[in-house]
Design a protein around this ligand. Structure first.
Ligand SMILES: NC(=O)c1ccc[n+]([C@@H]2O[C@H](COP(=O)([O-])OP(=O)(O)OC[C@H]3O[C@@H](n4cnc5c(N)ncnc54)[C@H](OP(=O)(O)O)[C@@H]3O)[C@@H](O)[C@H]2O)c1
Length: 113
């Protein structure tokens, strides 16, 4: 039997950009600490795997495909989470990309990604 620790101050946490990197690690950490993680990103297949793994470990998580460049989609996602949980306590606004290159390389097209 899996015993799940639920803290008395359990938060409903939305993590944007949860399919990899910092966002995934943040979602794993917060879910393992007993909070409910709502995972968002574009790669729904990765979110599904992550959510499945967290649930199998006895943690609380769900996911929704999310593209933060589409305001209507962001609005729909937050409204869905609010309708389900009646509150959002924490937003981890982590979605994004960070192309790294020396300034002198002048990869100007990447600056606007
Ligand atoms: N790693 C660093 O050293 C570092 C340093 C400073 C700042 N940051 C910032 O921290 C954040 C995470 O970085 P990371 O290294 O963890 O990068 P990462 O592994 O590439 O993760 C980026 C996350 O953002 C998501 N994402 C990208 N575009 C999105 C969009 N339009 N809508 C929704 N989700 C989107 C990606 O998921 P999908 O592709 O599935 O949508 C992915 O889950 C970035 O904003 C980055 O600029 C990172």
């Amino acid at each position: 039997m899996t015993t799940t620790f639920i803290p008395s101050d359990r938060k409903i946490v939305l993590v944007a950009g949860a399919s990899s990197g910092v966002g995934e690690a943040t979602a794993r950490h917060l879910a393992a600490a007993g909070h409910h993680a709502v995972l968002g990103a574009r790669r729904a297949d990765r979110l599904a795997l992550l959510t499945k793994g967290l649930s199998a470990a006895g943690h609380s998580a769900e996911y929704a495909e999310l593209d933060v460049t589409h305001p209507a989609g962001v609005h729909a996602s937050t409204e869905a989470a609010l309708a389900c949980h009646r509150r959002i306590d924490v937003l981890v606004n982590n979605a994004g990309v960070m192309p790294l290159a020396p300034l002198a390389a002048l990869r100007v097209a990447e600056w606007n990604l």
